[in-house]
Design a protein around this ligand. Structure first.
Ligand code: UDP
Length: 317
């Protein structure tokens, strides 16, 4: 019998890739999105699939959700400019939205996989970050809507699991990049690609010495699919690339080259509470999921840059 999944945030970057993957594995999928940061364009492949249905809906309000065997909860703004421009909405979707998802799943006996984030570690003082690290978060800073929103999401999932036996999996997702990142969501890879193809200045924030570890989207989706099937008591798992750590200035130089090297690199003000370093400790994911990212940064950036070249040429970015 066909398994049925609900994907919240289905029109977003990760939600749409996950939707395509589930459809390709024979699931039927109901995608839900309020289109506040997602785009229907991301679902053009899914929309042609007979097992896909899209419903526009906002999880911050009570929704009539369909029956399902699984709920993949990806609805939330995720880039710093997006969540900082709607901190209340970000907290609400991660609090009320997650509560709604858990309650609905419980009634059906469905499994829930939620998207958490490496931001639960804040500006980490332990490097790389293992799941056992409690983090270093400014609870009232500009990023707190997202950091604390996701920490609340994790706490709520664990409470439901302990108190009511909910069947939950928690993915702590580190920086991920690839086609379908929104060209205007202000993330580093998408920004630099759009700027590079337009010949506009590439905007490095601060000195560019801060680092991130970048995981290509196809690898991340494979990690999510494996986590879904992991044992019930797995707890949060880091999903990201332990080998892709690089400085933001290095990313700027690489993308500048990939996009024809017409853009100057300029240095602009850095966002508040921007983490200095971030890289996943991947031991748990390796052990429990047998998973590890495969796509090297050079290859992933080339594919991503090509995606943005087309968007810029078509006037969509
Ligand atoms: N960044 C930058 N220029 C940009 C966008 C981002 O230098 O146009 C930097 C930002 O300061 C941060 C890093 O890139 O240090 C990663 O930012 P992003 O928003 O992609 O993700 P984050 O890891 O902060 O969630």
């Amino acid at each position: 019998m066909t398994r049925r999944a609900i994907v919240t945030g289905a029109a977003g970057f990760l939600g749409s890739h996950l939707t395509d993957r589930l459809l390709s594995e024979g699931w039927s999928v109901v995608g839900i999105d309020n289109l506040s940061s997602g785009h229907l364009d991301n679902l053009s492949l899914a929309q042609r699939h007979r097992n896909f249905e899209f419903r526009r809906g906002d999880l911050r309000r009570k929704l009539r959700l369909p029956p399902a065997d699984a709920i993949f909860h990806f609805a939330s703004p995720a880039s710093p400019p997006r969540y900082e421009s709607d901190p209340i909405g970000t907290l609400e979707v991660n609090a009320f939205g997650t509560a709604q998802v858990l309650a609905h799943a419980q009634g059906l006996g469905a499994r829930v996989l939620v998207s958490s984030t490496s931001e639960v570690y804040g500006d980490p003082q332990v490097h790389p970050q293992p799941e056992s690290y409690w983090g270093h978060v400014n609870p009232i800073g500009v990023r707190s809507c997202y950091d604390e929103g996701k920490r609340f999401l994790e706490a709520l999932c664990m409470a439901w699991q302990r108190q009511r036996g909910a069947d939950v999996r928690i993915a702590r997702i580190f920086n991920t990049y690839g086609p379908r990142m929104a060209p205007d969501d202000g993330r580093v890879v998408s920004n630099f690609c759009v700027q590079g193809w337009k010949g506009a200045p590439i905007t490095v924030q601060g000195s560019g010495r801060q680092s991130r570890s970048f995981c290509y989207v196809d690898d991340l989706i494979e990690g999510l699919v494996r986590l879904y099937s992991a044992p019930a008591d797995t707890g949060p798992v880091n999903l990201g690339n332990p080998r892709g750590e690089t400085t933001i200035l290095d990313i700027a130089k690489r993308i500048r080259r990939l996009t024809g090297a017409r853009s100057p690199i300029v240095f602009i003000e850095r966002g508040k509470d921007d983490p200095e370093r971030r890289r996943p400790d991947l031991r748990k994911a390796r052990r429990v999921l047998g998973w590890e990212p495969k796509v090297p940064l050079t290859q992933g950036l080339a594919r991503t840059s090509e995606h943005f070249r087309v968007l810029v040429r078509e006037g969509k970015a």
